[in-house]
Structure formats: C-alpha cells, structure tokens
Design a binder for this molecule. Structure first.
Ligand code: LLP
Length: 414
C-alpha cells in the first residue's frame, strides 16, 4: 500500500528499507515519500487540466510542515489558509499572494482586519464576519452552505444542516449587495461541504447546487464572479481494498455541469479554485512505532509508543487506518486493539485490526499518515510529537525534530 513497496522481503519507502530508518532514528517516526506527494499533485492537476482556468490551493491545515508546503509551492500549487497564522506561513514559504485564499471561521475583528489590510483574498464565512471589516475589501467572497454535504464521518461533514460553516444563499445575496454598495468591484464565491469523499457523483451534485446558487446571485446582484471556489474533500483510501477516488471523473463531473446552457451562459468566464488537502499528502506518509506490549485480557491488545496525542483520528471520528508489522510478510492473522501510552481508555489507534501477531519490539506501520495527523497532534500527558523524515529516492532529510521535555515546556512561565 502507498507509499511503500516490498523488496527482498522488506518494506521500503522509495529506495530505503524502513528498518534502516528505525535503526538510525528510533521510534516513533513519521516518514514521508516526496515522490508520492509529487505524483498526487500531478494526478490532481492533470484531472483538472480540462478547465481552461483552474488553480489548486492546498489546504494548509492538512499538514503545515514547511518542507511539505515547499514541495507543493515548487510544483505550482497555491494555498488555502484557515486563519492569519496559516496565511502568514504561506507567505513565508513564498506562495504568491494571488494564489492564497483564506477561508476562516469565527475570526475576531482584529484578525479579519489584519487579513484585509494585508490584501489577502478572504472567503468570509458569513455576512456577520464581513460586518466586522473596517476598510473596503479588494475582492469580496463568501462561503455558501449549498444545503448538501458529505464527509466520511459526521464530524467532517461541513455542508447541509447543523453546520457551523457558511451562510445561506439568501443571506449571501444580501451580503454581495452590501459589498457592491460598499464599492467592491471584484467578487468570488466559495463552498466546502465535507472531507474524504470517495464518490465522484457527489462532486457532480454539490457543484451543480453551487453553480446554480452562484448563477442566481450573479444575475440578481448584477456582479461577475472572478472565481468559483468549490473547496476540498477529495478522498483517499485508508484500506488496501478500497479503490482510489477517480479524480478524472470528479473533474469531468464538475465540468459537465458547466456545459449545461443554463449554467454556462450566465456565469461567464471565471477561475475554478479547488482546495485539496488530504488528496495531496495523506498517502505520502507512514508512522513507525515500536510494539511495547502484546496482551490478552478479555480482548487482544497491542501497546505501542504511538499515542492518540499524535494520532487522534480514530478516537475523534472512528477513523480506520491500515496497519502492518514491518518486514513481517507472512503468518497467522489475529485481530487486535492498538493502543498507545496515554492515560485514557480512548487512546486507541484502531480496533478490530487484523495483524500478523507481533512480538515485543517489532515495528508497527501506520499507513495514510500524511494528512491531519501531525497538524492535529498535542502534548497530552507530556507525550512528545514524533520526528518527521522526508525521503527522496535514497536521500533522507529530518524535517521535524521530535519534541523533548524542554521544547514542550518552553512556553510555560514559572
Ligand atoms: N477547504 C476548507 C475550507 C476546509 O475546511 C478543508 C478541510 C479543506 C479545504 C480540505 O479538505 P480535504 O481536501 O483535506 O478533505 N481532521 C479531519 C478533516 C477535517 C477537514 C477540515 N477542513 C480528518 O482527520 O479527517
């Protein structure tokens, strides 16, 4: 399973045996394949090349390691930031400001005015956030809730009912009228309806709803949208038996909506913006951790030195990652609950996980660890975040030091 291969009976990442990395750096470590990220970027870009004007803005929140951002920037991708800090980092990395969007939620007056003053393009979450802005914005864009949403889990579904994000088409229309009255002449429009969607059909439905809303607003307010931003959500398989999202089909589905005369005529020419996060990086990394316990109570537990402070996705959403034991390619499978070192019974990386029974000190591989792992990690229990390593062919670069006690305690004042 990506990004690993098996050679001479061993797990490899690019040209390096994983066991070499464990020998050299210990555990836990997060290891990324640079070529996998580039392959993902190219696949995405190729699919959307059927649009005459398309820009992919990587969702920084998926993984903000500056080395990862650098790869995306170097390969022509823009950035979508969630707040001033993410926006500042994107600038620091060298993303062209014209290719940075900021799609924030519940910002303070000061944060919003900072973004406007610094001439960032903001997709305002709603009309109330826009009302906090003091100066005229260069371009006005608002996040629409198109009334439908889809995500792998309830917790990552952001469109439709019960969403804290976005505004209704009716309220958005009033906000565009207000912006026009404020003298704004440039406009965009945004949606993001959920995450890890593997069904190309959903993108057809959500983009159609979005294009229809955009068309009505454009016509009734008498404005032209420079860009239509359809957000992220492009899913990746977390299990070897699940198929990749057919990203070509996704792009074709979106395009087919634009060919409909009733959509096509009224929207004129615009840039299509997408905001892939997970698609670009999730499958590029694995976590290597040590098996520290194999115990049978009423259940079969594996203990490891990777805890939910680093990998919260199972405890938070019930996410199911794929696991293997490094270099153990045959043997009898048993089902395990995989747990870490944190003092909570919810500290579980996965349950019902089929694994060839490990021995103490074996190395556990956690797959699909490139997105929403380190960016959502914490120091609960004073547990440290792991070292991160980028592999490029046979080259190895440390791209994050592991936390240690002084680095965790650094911000505390005594
Ligand atoms: N654009 C906006 C405005 C977003 O809020 C997000 C993700 C994206 C783009 C990128 O979505 P993606 O292409 O990665 O699906 N922590 C969760 C995922 C939360 C996604 C939050 N927003 C997880 O671990 O699955």
């Amino acid at each position: 399973m990506k990004p690993l291969s098996i050679k001479e009976g061993k797990h490899f990442i690019e040209d390096i045996p994983l066991s070499d990395l464990v020998d050299k750096f210990g555990t836990p470590i997060i290891v990324y394949s640079k070529s996998q990220i580039i392959e993902n970027i190219e696949k995405f870009r190729k699919a959307f090349s059927i649009f005459s004007d398309h820009e992919a803005h990587y969702a920084v929140k998926a993984n903000y390691n500056p080395n990862i951002l650098e790869i995306l920037k170097q390969n022509g991708i823009g950035a979508d930031a969630a707040n001033p800090n993410e926006a500042k980092l994107a600038v620091q990395i060298g993303f062209d400001k014209k290719m940075i969007t900021v799609t924030p939620n519940n910002l303070t007056r000061d944060e919003l005015n900072f973004l406007v003053k610094e001439k960032f393009i903001v997709n305002f979450d709603d009309e109330i956030q826009y009302s906090l802005v003091e100066n005229k914005v260069d371009l006005f864009s608002i996040r629409i809730n198109p009334g439908i949403g889809k995500g792998e889990f309830k917790g990552i579904t952001t469109g439709g009912k019960n969403s804290k994000f976005g505004t209704s088409p009716d309220k958005a229309k009033l906000a565009y009228e207000k912006a026009k009255k404020d003298g704004v002449e440039r406009f965009g429009i945004h949606m993001h309806t959920g995450s890890n969607v593997l069904d190309p059909q959903f993108f057809k439905e959500s983009s159609l709803a979005f294009f229809k809303i955009s068309k009505i607003i454009s016509k009734e307010v008498g404005i032209r949208f420079e860009y239509l931003d359809i957000g992220g959500g492009y899913g990746v398989p977390y299990q070897p038996y699940v198929e990749d999202l057919d990203i070509d089909r996704v792009a074709q589905n979106i395009k087919s909506n634009l060919m409909l005369p009733e959509i096509n005529e009224s929207l004129g020419s615009f840039k299509l913006i997408t905001e892939p996060g997970r698609f670009m990086v999730a499958n590029s990394a694995v976590i290597l951790s040590k098996v520290t316990n194999v115990k049978k109570t009423d259940r079969n537990f594996i203990g490891t030195n990777l805890s939910f402070n680093t990998m919260i996705r199972h405890a938070l959403y019930g996410a199911k990652h794929h696991f293997e034991i490094m270099d153990k390619l045959s043997g009898k499978y048993k089902k395990f609950i995989i747990t870490g070192q944190a003092c909570e019974n919810t500290d579980r990386l996965g349950e019902n996980i089929p694994l060839i029974e490990p021995r103490l000190d074996d190395v556990l591989i956690t797959y699909t660890a490139g997105a929403y792992i380190t960016s959502m990690s914490s120091n609960y229990n004073l547990l440290g975040r792991p070292m991160e390593i980028l592999v490029d062919g046979s080259k190895v670069k440390i791209i994050r030091k592991p936390d240690d006690l002084p680095s965790i305690l650094g911000p505390f004042l005594t």
